[in-house]
Structure formats: structure tokens, C-alpha cells
Design a binder for this molecule. Structure first.
Ligand code: ZN
Length: 410
């Protein structure tokens, strides 16, 4: 595997500046294109799975985190509060408390459950400067988060569906899970009290893992402070494991925030919160994708999807027209004209781009392009430009990891 920090600089995906600070990378246009493609994919997958999205601010009053339990269990990882007109506000260390308040702001009937609330939102962690590096340990995090408010009977099905969603995303991203981990509390950690609550949540997650048929290992000391979780572990080239995706069962925060729904009996009942993340933090997910693919992203994620190569200046207008048609279809396309060197040099410079469309004198005459796929395959003859657009558009739209829809002979 590759080092995402080195590749991130070489491919101009992201960078840092000492004046912005350690652990606060910024995204360059190509990196932002990858990130936005990932975020749009996640939102689409969530919408199809019945989630509705909300937006909430990255600040909250200190009191909010005292109620949630973050202040007493998690403040070592939080930025110090800011004094603001006699109040203290903090940069949020997680999205859960905001979502609990959004749930609480309206009355809910059992008929609305499970209520799936999602947000790709910012949160902040005061990581020590010694452990910061690239995109894997950052202080400003964009989290793919969601909270499912549901009845106890619905927890297992919602957790199972979340695992399915994670695997579906891994398929599109080319990621393979290394193993599933049941993360339990361990000695010395800061966890909320309630032996019965921990036991019930753990039993639920074990049922989900058993039903899912995935072998897993239990690990002590890896739970969230409010409950146990299933972590989907991934490994880097050196075999080091990290977590992107998690599914957690939480009885604690619904209690702390006094959440309820009206049951069929007309009485108030406490919902359970299932916290789940498909790709985890966008920063860490992109870091892993850079290392996994060495910058050769699946076509739907690639910063430039189509590189258009006019053989000579004479084909520049045709090439520019083809770029325009790509862009109109929602594809990210660039032109690399003869001013960038010989055709061979331009082909090599664009070796990470999934599709190269060469337009010579012959192709220009009848609106065709000679296509070169990143994996070396080339359709035998130049194809009509409209057909190329349709086929690439379909593969990108389906979030396929295949570059072409049929075997093509080189
Ligand atoms: Zn949460």
C-alpha cells in the first residue's frame, strides 16, 4: 500500500499550512472532488435506505454535553469551552446530542419508528499534536453519522440493515472488511454506569452478529462510553487495523435526554438509539481509499474521470466539445492538449484517470473517440462519442468498480 500523505501531496488532493494548524488539513480541488463524490454516494445510499437528513451546528452549550455525558466521560478529547456572553459553548465532539434534541423537539408516535436521522456533519477532537498526521488523525472531522430512534424490538433489524449498508458501500469503494469486532468496555475506561443496560445492549449486538453470519472477535476497552458497538475493521498494507464503520446500541442518551414516543397504548415509552456510521469520518475514509487504490480511484470517485486528448491542435475544438458533453452529463472531464507534450507523454501523465479519450483527425470527422481504459484495455475501434458517454455515464452512475461493461480486446 501507499502512504496517503505522500500521495495526497503528489496528486494535489490535500495539504496543510502551519498558519491553519496541525491536524487541520485543507482539501485541494481534486481532493474535494473525491470527497464530494463520496459524500453524495453516502447520502444517496442513506436516502434509499429510508434515512432523512438534517443539518445541525458544530457548536453547542457546555450544558448539552454535561447532559449527554460527554463532559464527564470524554472531555479529555474535547476543545476547551469558549466564553460567549456569559455562556460557555464548545465545539462538539460528536453529533449525537444535537440529534437527540432534534428528535425531542417534536412529538413522535410509535408509527414513525424506526426514525432514521442522518447527517454528514463537522465535529472536533483535541487530538495531541504528536499523533496528528495526514488525514487519519485530524482535529476537524467530517463525520458520516446517523441515529436511528426505534423500539427495542426494532434494534436488531436496524443494526443488521446498517451492516448491510456498510457492506454495500465497501463494494462500491473496493474496500474489504478485515474482521468484525464486538467492542466492549474494559478495565480503567470511563463508561456510564448500568450493568443491566450494558448487558442488554451487548446481547442484542451478539444476536445481530450471529444472525449476520460474520465471524467476530470481542475486544475489551473499545466500547463507546455510553454503550457497546460493532466495529467493522479494515487493515492497511502493513496489516494495521483501523475502524471506519460502526453500529452502536445506546440506552443511555435516550434516558439522559428524556426521549419518548407514544406507544399503541397511548402511554410514553423510551426509544433506543442506534448510532451507526457507514464510512466513518470522511478524512479517514479518503486516507484509506488513497492508500488502497494508490490514487487510481474507482471511476465514480476519480477527481478526473475522462481525460480528453486531441492528437494535434486541429482537433482542439472537437476535444473541447467532447469535454463539454462529458461535463453536461455530470462527468468530471479535462482536456490535455498538445501544449502538454507528445501524445505518449500525455497518456502517461494521465495514467490514473479511468478513461482517456483520444481524438485524432479520423475520429474528429465522424464524432468518434478512441478510448483507452486505465487498466490498459482499449475497445478495438473508435466508438461513437455518444455511445462512450452513455456507457461511462451508466458505470459511474451505478458506482461500479468495473471500468467497462463488456470485455474489450486490447
Ligand atoms: Zn452518535
Amino acid at each position: 500500500m501507499h502512504d496517503h500523505r505522500r500521495l495526497g501531496r503528489e496528486l494535489e488532493l490535500f495539504d496543510t499550512d502551519p498558519l491553519i494548524g496541525a491536524g487541520l488539513p485543507y482539501w485541494l480541488p481534486d481532493g474535494a472532488a473525491v470527497r464530494h463524490a463520496l459524500e453524495e454516494y453516502v447520502r444517496g445510499a442513506e436516502r434509499r435506505a429510508g434515512y432523512r437528513h438534517v443539518c445541525s451546528p458544530v457548536l453547542g452549550k457546555r450544558e448539552l454535553y454535561e447532559i449527554s455525558g460527554h463532559w464527564s466521560h470524554y472531555s479529555d478529547d474535547m476543545f476547551p469551552p469558549m466564553d460567549l456572553g456569559g455562556e460557555q459553548v464548545v465545539l462538539r465532539p460528536s453529533l449525537c446530542p444535537h440529534h437527540a434534541l432534534i428528535y425531542r423537539s417534536r412529538a413522535h408516535s410509535y408509527r414513525e419508528l424506526p426514525l432514521r436521522m442522518a447527517e454528514l456533519g463537522g465535529m472536533y477532537r483535541s487530538e495531541l499534536s504528536g499523533v496528528l498526521g495526514g488525514l487519519t488523525r485530524v482535529r476537524a472531522i467530517q463525520l458520516n453519522d446517523a441515529h436511528i430512534f426505534c423500539t427495542l424490538d426494532q434494534v436488531a433489524e436496524e443494526a443488521r440493515a446498517a451492516l448491510e449498508l456498510i457492506l454495500e458501500a465497501y463494494g462500491a469503494l473496493g474496500i474489504r472488511p478485515a474482521r468484525y469486532r464486538l467492542s466492549l468496555p474494559g478495565p480503567g475506561g470511563k463508561y456510564v454506569a448500568g450493568a443491566d443496560m450494558w448487558q442488554r445492549a451487548t446481547a442484542l449486538l451478539i444476536d445481530v452478529l450471529d444472525g449476520f453470519g460474520a465471524p467476530y472477535e470481542a475486544a475489551e476497552g473499545e466500547a463507546a462510553f455510553y454503550g457497546p458497538k460493532i466495529d467493522v475493521q479494515i487493515a492497511d498494507g502493513a496489516g494495521r487495523e483501523t475502524t471506519l464503520s460502526t453500529v452502536q446500541v445506546d440506552f443511555h442518551q435516550p434516558e439522559r435526554f428524556g426521549l419518548h414516543y407514544i406507544g399503541p397504548d397511548g402511554a410514553k415509552h423510551r426509544p433506543v438509539m442506534v448510532h451507526r456510521s457507514i464510512v466513518g469520518s470522511v478524512e479517514r475514509a479518503v486516507a484509506h481509499l488513497i492508500e488502497l487504490h494508490g490514487g487510481a480511484f474507482p471511476a465514480w470517485l476519480a477527481p478526473t474521470q475522462v481525460l480528453v486528448l486531441p492528437v494535434s491542435d486541429a482537433e482542439m475544438p472537437r476535444a473541447a466539445g467532447f469535454v463539454r458533453r462529458c461535463v453536461d452529463q455530470g462527468l468530471r472531464a479535462e482536456i490535455a492538449g498538445p501544449e502538454h507534450g507528445t501524445l505518449g507523454a500525455r497518456v502517461r501523465a494521465g495514467r490514473l484517470v479511468p478513461y482517456q479519450a483520444v481524438i485524432g483527425a479520423k475520429e474528429a470527422v465522424d464524432d468518434r473517440v478512441a478510448l483507452r481504459l486505465r487498466d490498459g484495455r482499449r475497445p478495438e475501434t473508435a466508438l461513437p462519442a455518444a455511445e462512450v458517454l452513455t456507457r461511462i455515464g451508466a458505470l459511474v452512475g451505478a458506482h461500479s468498480t468495473d471500468l467497462w461493461d463488456t470485455d474489450t480486446r486490447a
